[in-house]
Design a binder for this molecule. Structure first.
Ligand SMILES: [Zn+2]
Ligand SMILES: [Zn+2]
Length: 172
């Protein structure tokens, strides 16, 4: 097994030198160009770019730093506010989802109930009912006339069905 890659920690660079890495790279490239063609004169970056000793420059840097710090503080404050808003929205959204889920469950139960009701009605409609007492009929007399029992048939017969019975009419 090969040893893990060790990353060297970033060295603190003097304040005011923001692009030290770029400068180093530039110098390296200059040296490489030198090696390739010895006639090319070596151009070295001026040292002022690397070290900032100017007190005015330091003051300005401090100012920039303070201003940046204030700006960051404001941004963090705003972010915290936004986060709170997002949290509240999320909470409300979750409540809505919960409500919708329970409503959908209710509506599913309703439609199941409705379906059962329709089936029962369909079953009932297919049955015959006693013309006399409206109980379930098992005896058929004639068109649209059935009875639950012979008692009901006789009662209905004497109360007028003998005049309207279609079975007798067909026989005649
Ligand atoms: Zn009856
Ligand atoms: Zn009849």
């Amino acid at each position: 097994m090969s040893p893990p890659v060790v990353v060297s920690p970033k060295r603190g660079r003097p304040k005011g030198v923001k692009n030290k890495a770029t400068l180093e790279k530039m110098r390296l490239e200059e040296l490489r160009a030198m090696a390739a063609s010895p006639s090319t004169p070596l151009v070295i970056s001026p040292p002022e770019l690397l070290i900032t000793s100017d007190p005015n420059n330091n003051k300005m840097l401090k100012k920039v730093k303070t201003s940046l710090e204030n700006q960051y503080k404001e941004e963090i404050k705003q972010l915290k506010k936004d986060l709170e808003t997002v949290k509240q929205l999320n909470y409300r959204l979750q409540n809505e989802v919960r409500k919708l889920r329970s409503e959908s469950h209710d509506s599913q139960e309703m439609s199941a109930l409705n379906e059962r009701h329709l089936m029962e009605i369909s079953q009932i409609k297919k049955k015959q009912w006693c013309f006399n007492c409206e109980a379930e009929a098992i005896y058929f007399c004639c068109w649209n006339t059935s009875y639950c029992s012979t008692t009901c048939q006789q009662q209905h017969w004497h109360s007028g069905h003998k005049k309207t019975c279609r079975r007798n009419a067909a026989k005649r």
